[in-house]
Design a protein around this ligand. Structure first.
Ligand SMILES: *Cc1c(COP(=O)(O)O)cnc(C)c1O
Length: 407
């Protein structure tokens, strides 16, 4: 049997390579205490070189915070390495119970439930809600993350896609749907590829008008926006209007894991019926301990949030001044458009080889064809000198590849 599908696998991979969108993972070794510096190896045996990481989702450098590392070391010493089981069978650690209480309070919700990742949280929660609510129709933003799409598809519920952030289109779809069918609107706050932000209040108004449930993915916003960093819905004074707020512990928290927050009854429902929650080993106490330490720091990190926005704002201004095609994003995410997969990959390659700048090319299907881009995520630790180095390097790469620079 072995080898029977080899030519199929090889053909498919060859087609990806021909299109210039075969993914190559950079071999990166993060250095605690040196963020955003890391070691890069061109091959497993190559000598490591120091690079600046420009595409991390560890937006505030929490992954290396000494207090978080200390909390995790203490927890590992006390409770050991793993969780030991599913939540139902011996994996329900005290740290996790406390973490869920703290996450719920942070979002102003009655309850929260953790999952092994943000992807799993979206897949598990959306699939169980849309499947178990009889006749449910899901209204899904066109730019929703693959994990939300997976949950919606796996529910086998009917779904309709509204144009990205287009409230008028969403309204027309809601109005055209039968009034007696249950409805669920699924969307994100910060969209991580364009860096734009949803009109949360206007979408909640529609949900009120049409009696729809609201599900908001705040993965790229928790820790970064709003009072105590509780997200964009909190910033906009809308958090209480959302039925489910979903977040990750893998981005601004600097760890791994995901969660939902909502009413006690809804969370109990997901806990009791979602296979993606029930049939998998719980997050280990060491992760929960780190997440609790991270949450405490994030709740008090207004200074870091201010510096984060300041560095992102400066970078956008500097890129525009240099004539580089930066998208005018409304968030901390700084996309620079390239427009084809080959050039995007080449630009990232030159940045790494010549300038020791690591940024991953973003190609289809993560973004539509023709909108391939480099996506920069400056943190408070990307100081002004690093910003200048980046803009100079990008200018050189753009000229070398004959990519367009505005006059
Ligand atoms: C990264 C991401 C997720 C998944 O979160 P993980 O914790 O990385 O699994 C979900 N939604 C969006 C919008 C994301 O960008």
């Amino acid at each position: 049997m072995s080898g029977r599908f080899d030519s199929l696998f090889a053909d498919r991979l060859g087609a990806l390579k021909d299109e210039g969108r075969y993914r190559v993972f950079a071999d990166i070794e993060r250095l605690a205490g040196r963020f955003p510096k890391a070691l890069y190896r061109g091959s497993p045996d190559a000598a490591p070189v120091e690079v600046t990481v420009w595409c991390s989702n560890d937006y505030l450098g929490q992954g290396q915070h000494p207090a978080i590392i200390a909390a995790m070391q203490a927890s590992a010493g006390r409770c050991g390495a793993g969780a030991g089981g599913t939540r139902n069978i011996s994996g329900n650690s005290h740290e996790l119970v406390e973490l869920e209480r703290e996450l719920a309070a942070w979002h102003g919700k009655e309850a929260a439930l953790t999952f092994t990742s943000g992807f799993v949280a979206n897949e598990a929660a959306l699939s169980v809600l849309a499947r178990q609510i009889p006749g449910c129709i899901v209204f899904s933003d066109a730019d929703n993350h693959a994990s939300m799409i997976a949950g919606i598809r796996n529910s086998r519920a009917e779904y309709q896609i509204f144009r990205h952030n287009d409230v008028a289109h969403l309204r027309s779809l809601l109005a055209a749907a039968p009034a007696d069918r249950p409805k669920l609107i699924a969307f994100e706050s910060v969209y991580s590829m364009d860096g734009d932000i949803a009109p949360i209040g206007a979408i909640c108004d529609l949900a009120d008008e049409f009696g729809a449930l609201t599900y908001l993915d705040e993965v790229h916003a928790v820790g970064l926006y709003g009072p105590q960093g509780a997200g964009v819905a909190a910033r906009d004074g809308q958090a209480h209007r959302l039925d489910i707020i979903q977040g990750t512990l893998g981005k601004a928290f600097g760890l791994i894991g995901g969660y939902i927050a909502g009413s006690a009854l809804l969370v109990d429902f997901v806990r009791s019926f979602a296979p993606g929650f029930i049939f998998t080993t719980a997050l280990p106490p060491v992760i929960a301990a780190g997440a609790r330490a991270s949450l405490a720091l994030l709740s008090a990190a207004d200074d870091l949030r201010t510096a984060h926005q300041a560095q992102a704002g400066k970078l956008k201004t500097m890129l525009a001044k240099a004539g580089l095609p930066v998208l005018p994003s409304a968030s901390h995410i700084v996309p620079v458009m390239v427009g084809d997969a080959d050039s995007c990959r080449e630009a990232a390659g030159l940045l790494l080889q010549r300038h020791r700048i690591y940024v991953q090319p973003i190609n289809f299907p993560t973004v539509p064809r023709g909108t391939e881009r480099l996506r920069f995520t400056p943190s408070p630790y990307h100081n002004d000198r690093l910003l200048s180095e980046l803009v100079t390097a990008l200018g050189a790469v753009w000229r070398e590849l004959y990519l367009p620079i505005a006059a």
